[in-house]
Design a protein around this ligand. Structure first.
Ligand code: SAM
Length: 256
């Protein structure tokens, strides 16, 4: 998938609030090794490195475009690496991930896999969006179904692909307990975003949810796809103001 950091950061303010909440949930412990899974352009990784100067902090991401904007200068305990979360190696005292794990399937299995990389006493802290049933996503799936031939039948949350991998806070808590996690926090929170009409919703999804579709289409088909999607968005939100109740799930636990 080809990410566009400029587009992603057009809504930086709104996207930053859940990350700040996640950072606030992390207890102050003497961490030695920290990894930020799906670090993107690395702003949160940098905040972790500055907050825990005694720890080695690594930002891991598969996108060359995002990592090209990641900046480790002036922070000696910070580094970035290109790689897949599913190929994670090593052991860490803090596994951090903000708005990235939703791109990976089967979250119970994923947590079991990640847990093996967490040292005893270590902390996992994750935030994932849980708004796949929101109109902006449903209309995207509908558009993808219209473009089934061009997309080879791909839909992210449609019938072909199954439901969103994101679990409920209760299901994350149960999985963490099964793994032997303690001090478990698992919450769902709505982050209100006000967008300027259907075009605003398009601009928001362009930075994230649209990425896997546009990555699979030629430039010309991509333009037709966006036009068809925008048509649906305008029908759903004909006004100039869209209140977007953006739901996210945050969870943390310590390995006992
Ligand atoms: C929505 S961005 C979030 C970036 C950053 N964590 C933030 O909060 O600003 C999602 C990031 O996850 C990365 N990503 C998605 N799947 C990945 C995978 N399997 N392995 C590594 N990175 C992945 C993408 O490249 C992208 O940079």
């Amino acid at each position: 998938m080809t990410w566009d950091p400029e587009q992603y950061h057009r809504h930086r303010e709104a996207r930053d609030a859940p990350a700040r909440d996640l950072l606030a949930l992390i207890p102050d412990l003497p961490y030695r090794d920290i990894v930020d899974l799906g670090c993107g352009t690395g702003e949160h990784t940098r905040r972790l490195a500055e907050r825990f100067p005694a720890a080695q902090v690594m930002g891991l991401d598969s996108s060359a475009e995002m990592l090209a904007r990641a900046d480790a200068r002036g922070v000696p305990n910070l580094q970035f690496e290109r790689g897949d979360i599913l190929d994670l190696g090593g052991e860490y005292d803090l596994l951090f991930s903000n708005a990235a794990l939703q791109w990976l399937p089967d979250h119970a299995a994923l947590l079991f896999g990640l847990w093996r990389h967490l040292r005893p006493g270590g902390v996992i802290a994750v935030q994932v969006p849980a708004n796949h049933d929101h109109g902006s996503h449903r209309l995207l799936t509908e558009t993808a179904e219209e473009f089934a031939a061009e997309l080879g039948g791909f839909t992210r949350f449609g019938t072909a692909q199954g439901a969103s991998p994101v679990l409920t806070p209760a299901a994350y808590a149960e999985t963490l307990d099964e793994l032997g996690g303690v001090d478990i926090t698992a919450i769902s929170k709505v982050y209100p975003v006000v967008l300027p009409g259907a075009e605003g919703v398009l601009d928001w999804t362009r930075g994230t949810a649209l990425v896997p579709y546009l990555s699979r289409l030629s430039a010309e088909d991509g333009e037709r796809f966006v036009t068809a999607y925008l048509g649906r968005l305008r029908e759903r939100w004909p006004g100039e103001r869209v209140f977007y109740a953006f739901t996210r799930v945050l969870f943390t636990a310590r390995r006992g």
